[in-house]
Design a binder for this molecule. Structure first.
Ligand SMILES: Nc1ncnc2c1ncn2[C@@H]1O[C@H](COP(=O)(O)OP(=O)(O)OP(=O)(O)O)[C@@H](O)[C@H]1O
Ligand SMILES: [Mg+2]
Length: 271
């Protein structure tokens, strides 16, 4: 890791240089005269799971959008393979009353591929992601008729279909119940660990972030911290937020009235 720090490998005597998957160098983003992100530099490699944490208004969504070229940067440099990137926005760009059924919404994630028609492998992939998220039975339902949580799962499946190398998720568990939240985090972790899918996720759940992510990026307009989750846990920022006993047995879905530990949603939530 590190900025513009290419991995150097030796293979059959030849030195191969693996470029980082995402590279940001001195990125600044303004809304008019308001500075939202200031001088941010970091890079991530294929297989990394980077969690962006920070208080409300600290520039997390702005940074993600600038990486995806959805907001212009004032200065700096960003390199990313956007074609192979899937994105689930904080408030989805697909209107909640979008006139399509679930299957069509999920499959539309393959549009990134640049082809005019969906191939059999696009369709197989869409079905696989729908199975993972338990939404196959919703396939022919109009998207607009689903509950908020169901819509969120459909949009996540769509982002997964688009994500050939990188998935960018801005607070993906919003609106999901604790059980589905747990499930979703484990699916994302599985995709990262087993399929080598890189993950860039915005989250307020700091405890879960350090458990799942390989790296933490802590923002407060500018970069407060960027490094491994293990390093982050030794910092004062983390200790301040995590200075409360957390119930790791019951975790987020704990409803045990006799459990004396504080819980993730209370203690790890930076809002
Ligand atoms: N389109 C916009 N025009 C003007 N200001 C904006 C715009 N979008 C965001 N901002 C401002 O930029 C700052 C950073 O916003 P951003 O949405 O990136 O924060 P965030 O860290 O994602 O917050 P949250 O945790 O609440 O989602 C905030 O002060 C916000 O008010
Ligand atoms: Mg945000």
């Amino acid at each position: 890791m590190g900025f513009f720090d290419e991995k150097k490998c030796v293979c059959f005597g030849k030195r191969l240089e693996i470029m980082a998957l995402v590279e940001c160098k001195n990125v600044c983003v303004n809304y008019g005269s308001f500075v939202a992100c200031e001088n941010i530099s970091f890079s991530m490699n294929q297989g990394d799971y980077v969690c962006i944490v920070g208080a409300n208004g600290s520039g997390k969504t702005t940074l993600v959008k600038s990486i995806l070229n959805l907001v212009p940067i004032k200065s700096g440099e960003i390199k990313i393979d956007r074609k192979n990137t899937g994105y689930l926005s904080q408030q989805s760009m697909i209107q909640r009353d979008f006139p399509a059924n679930v299957w069509e919404v999920v499959l539309s994630g393959s549009i990134n591929s640049g082809r005019l028609f969906y191939s059999k492998s696009d369709k197989d992939d869409a079905l696989e992601k729908m199975k993972m998220l338990g939404i196959v039975e919703l396939s022919s339902k109009p998207f607009s008729r689903l509950s908020g949580g169901q819509q969120q799962r459909v949009l996540l499946a769509r982002a997964m279909v688009a994500a050939k190398k990188l998935i960018v998720l801005d607070e993906p568990v919003t609106g999901l119940d604790p059980l589905v939240t747990d499930e979703l985090y484990s699916i994302i972790k599985k995709l990262n660990r087993e399929k080598n899918l890189s993950v860039l996720m915005v989250s307020h759940d700091v405890h879960r972030a350090v458990q799942n992510a390989t790296h933490i990026l802590h923002l407060n307009k500018s970069l407060v911290f960027f490094g491994t989750s293990t390093e982050y846990q030794k910092t004062d920022f983390y200790k301040e937020m995590g200075n409360v006993e957390v119930c790791t047995t019951h975790f987020s879905s704990c409803h045990d009235a006799n459990c004396s530990a504080s819980h993730v949603f209370k203690t790890g939530d930076m809002r």
